[in-house]
Design a protein around this ligand. Sequence first.
Ligand SMILES: Nc1ncnc2c1ncn2[C@@H]1O[C@H](COP(=O)(O)OP(=O)(O)OP(=O)(O)O)[C@@H](O)[C@H]1O
Length: 266
Amino acid sequence: MTLLEVRNLTKVYESGFIRKRRIIAVNNISFDIKEGEVVSLVGESGSGKTTTAKMILRLLPPTSGIIKFQGKDIWRDIKSKNELKAYWKEVHAVFQDPYASYNPFYTVDRVLNQALNLLGIAPGSNEGKKLVREALSYVGLIPEDVLGKYPHQLSGGQRQRLMIARCWLLKPKLILADEPVSMIDASMRGAIIKLFMNLRDDYKTSTIFITHDMGLAYYVSDRIMVMYKGKIVDIGSPDEVIKSPKHEYTKQLLDSVPTLYKKWQW
Ligand SMILES: Nc1ncnc2c1ncn2[C@@H]1O[C@H](COP(=O)(O)OP(=O)(O)OP(=O)(O)O)[C@@H](O)[C@H]1O
């Protein structure tokens, strides 16, 4: 089943008052994401990946084009704050820097409590406490190690695990993960990626992985989309993209990945 449809999506940024400068960050891209599918959006810095994610997350309006989630045009049909909240429960973001997702003045419990509130469950209730314990256990965290702590008291890996625990509570249909392991200790990366795979296997959660790392994309994705200067220049299964890349840029990306054929260690 198709979950997300992106059609002819374009974003043009304009800057400057007197001499207007136009940057075509995303240039007429179209793709679908199916239920339970893990798709990587791979490209160099400035290729338009984050701009694409922000439009899908309904944080940034497109210049033109349509984004449909479960058949609903997210920019036309979502009108009220409540509808937007419901959308963000279904389409959830996990960002590159887990520290930025936390408010330094509050303990980390808040990110889980906010999720419980979204679900209409009181955080202090027995059900709320039980769910938090289950969520932490799902991501391999011991409650006593993290609850009541401030974000700076946890490691980057622990902070990102907590963001995935939040996903476990909300059970979104689609996760947009923007470079989710690039700021995490190399030894921890495989374990964090595995948690996204577990969500896919256990709950059919679809994921869009935004990354510049073709090696990572190869091992985690059902499909890879290569983005270059705002356009999707290659799209297909990892083997298709790697064995018969269509665009010169994809070939260059592949040349720069010497460890691609080394299996990821989970
Ligand atoms: N708010 C903005 N105003 C003007 N130009 C912008 C803005 N945000 C992004 N851009 C430009 O749009 C283009 C695409 O940027 P975007 O952040 O989407 O790329 P990216 O592939 O996500 O890069 P990175 O991997 O570095 O995050 C770049 O040329 C960038 O400079």
